[in-house]
Design a protein around this ligand. Structure first.
Ligand code: DAH
Length: 344
């Protein structure tokens, strides 16, 4: 019996095949119901006592050798290799890429703008998008029927007999009013948010856009403070070489009022189609807060002065990323939006 088992061991060790059917035949021959191992275990019963131990060990060795051989050949058999190639566990395949989301370009620029002002000590507040006439217009020195109201075409929601009509806010200056009413100076804050105007939509203007407005009220705040703050902002945003230019303007809530341009960062001031060949790009409105506005909000005009500014975020984003059409920001076209995935 010993020699017999040793012969089988040699045979099993030498057996090789990558055809599943042949491997199965080996299994049936050795491990099947009427297989060789069954017969040998049967014969083992009659082995004389002194030889039993050695024969038992040999028998188990053969059994394990057959089992191991079958397992090994099965995994490398043609069929199983072919099967692996058709399932996802082909480790040689290149990894798939995940489409990660990205921030909206307007959000990227808003966050940068807010961060620059926060570094200068400004805190941040937000307010409602649905506003009443008082906070959006009257407290900001737009008298009823004043032509200045036409500057901002409004989406009305509800006309009220009191005159305090409800509308979508046309600027975040309404949050300035809410803040001035509720907080005592010194106030140094910025107000990012979405605003709405009943305007024809074109490549340069939209009925929805975003602003960051700002406010600084304290003792002895001057126009020089305003200018220096905005110069610092422009240089942080567009680079150290950026120049600013203030032009006289008109807003009902500031006196004096100005609009600020920055030197065109694309052509360096030489003139290109982005700056319409002027070398300058208009980015914001600003001015010293009209004392009438401070009084409307209960702030002592003998003691305090302040400046305010309002910046359009889309205009800024168009300049920074060379986007030629404002409508792209609102179309949710994934091909446009995913281009900003690497910018934070
Ligand atoms: N509210 C103005 C607008 O929407 C922008 C603005 C201009 C805001 C001057 C200000 C300011 O606070 O001082 O066009």
């Amino acid at each position: 019996m010993k020699e017999q088992i040793e012969k089988y061991l040699v045979e099993v060790a030498a057996f090789n095949s990558n055809v599943l059917q042949e491997i199965e035949q080996l299994r049936i021959r050795f491990l099947g119901k009427k297989g060789i191992l069954g017969e040998l275990f049967e014969a083992f019963k009659t082995v004389p006592g002194p030889d039993k131990k050695e024969a038992g060990i040999l028998l188990n060795t053969l059994k394990n050798a057959v089992q191991e051989k079958i397992n090994e050949l099965r995994t490398s058999s043609e069929e199983s290799v072919a099967e692996q190639n058709t399932t996802e566990i082909d480790l040689t395949r290149p990894v798939g890429f995940y489409e990660t989301g990205s921030r909206h370009p307007v959000a990227i620029v808003r966050n940068r703008m807010v961060a620059i002002f926060q570094n200068m000590g400004f805190s941040v507040a937000e307010g409602p998008e649905i506003e009443d006439d008082w906070h959006n217009f009257s407290a900001l020195n737009f008298p009823p029927d004043h032509p200045a109201r036409d500057m901002q075409d409004t989406f009305f929601i509800e006309k009220r007999s009191s005159g305090n009509d409800i509308s979508l806010r046309t600027h975040t200056s309404s949050v300035q009013v809410r803040t001035m009413e509720q907080t005592r100076p010194p106030i140094r804050m910025v107000f990012p948010g979405r605003v709405f105007r009943n305007e024809a939509i074109s490549a340069r203007s939209h009925c929805i856009f975003h602003q960051v407005e700002g406010l600084y009220i304290d003792k002895n705040v001057s126009f020089a403070d305003l200018k220096q703050t905005l110069l610092h902002f422009a240089r942080e945003m567009f680079g150290e070489q950026t120049q600013i230019r203030l032009r006289p303007s008109y807003f009902p809530f500031t006196e004096p009022s100005a609009e600020m341009d920055i030197s065109c960062n694309l052509c360096g001031g030489k003139g290109c189609n982005i700056c319409k060949y002027t070398g300058w790009i208009e980015i914001l409105g600003c001015g010293m807060i009209d004392p009438a506005v401070l009084e409307s909000c209960g702030i002592d005009t003998e003691m305090y002065t302040g400046y305010a500014f309002g910046i359009g975020i889309e205009r800024m984003t168009m300049g920074l990323f060379q986007v030629k059409d404002i409508r792209m920001f609102f179309e949710n076209d994934i091909r446009f939006l995913k281009q900003f995935g690497s910018v934070v």
